[in-house]
Design a protein. Sequence first.
Length: 246
Amino acid sequence: MKYAVSEKIATLTFDRPERANALDIAGWEAMRAAFERADADEAVNVVVLTGEGKHFCAGIDLSVLAGLQETLTGKQKEIEEQLRDFIANLQDCITAIERCRKPVIAAVYGGCIGGGVDIITACDLRYCTTDAYFSVKEVDLGIVADLGTLQRLPRIVSPGIAAELAFTARRVDGKEAQRIGLVNEALANAKQLQFRVGQTADAIAAKPPRITAGIKATLLHQRNHTLPEGLDYVASYSAALMAGRR
Ligand SMILES: C/C=C/C(=O)SCCNC(=O)CCNC(=O)[C@H](O)C(C)(C)COP(=O)(O)OP(=O)(O)OC[C@H]1O[C@@H](n2cnc3c(N)ncnc32)[C@H](O)[C@@H]1OP(=O)(O)O
């Protein structure tokens, strides 16, 4: 994964275009490390996530799934535990995007498939080209999507649409992605996508990072809490900010 910083914007780029940016284990862990680095990097106020080549991300490297059986040892219960650890580790690589206190913008072109959708649903903002396409592909591989799409997608698009996409693996193009709210905007081509994402990143990068971190934390907090709990959380957060403790 490439990491570059300019004008307070970190650009994280999947760099395996010859495999459509499919992620092997090293790729997943490199993504987590890159978000941890951006979180700690004082020169960074906002992160853009994108990819090299034709596709944004073709999900998990299929050779990882094919080779998984060989890495498992022991009785059924032990195998189950190893599989659970394997899944939890990949989930954590994605949750690193939410742990990163800087707002994260996904810039999607070409295919965004399976694990690629898990990844973009953990980002704060999403933009794409009109010819981009998205597929919650796991059902076709005989697996329940288990890296976060089933939890995060229904909070971005409607629960009914999320269910349809997960049950059918149907491809959604950029225009539809905009219509259903999966992305903020679908742009006509890569150049316009880059321009629009740059504009948004610049606008966010110019804001005080303590405040954008507070907005991100509060938005993420409200997902799992009631309205009164959310108000309570933001009152404490805001008070700490105003008192100079954060
Ligand atoms: C827990 C998570 C689960 C998941 O993530 S489930 C989803 C898993 N991913 C997939 O099922 C996607 C499989 N790939 C495809 O459907 C297609 O590819 C694309 C639509 C992404 C791109 O199609 P095109 O533009 O025609 O390119 P190309 O020639 O098929 O791919 C370029 C090279 O990339 C390799 N590749 C693509 N996806 C993966 C992958 N997921 N794992 C490993 N390799 C992949 C291909 O094989 C090929 O390589 P070569 O030129 O040597 O044949």
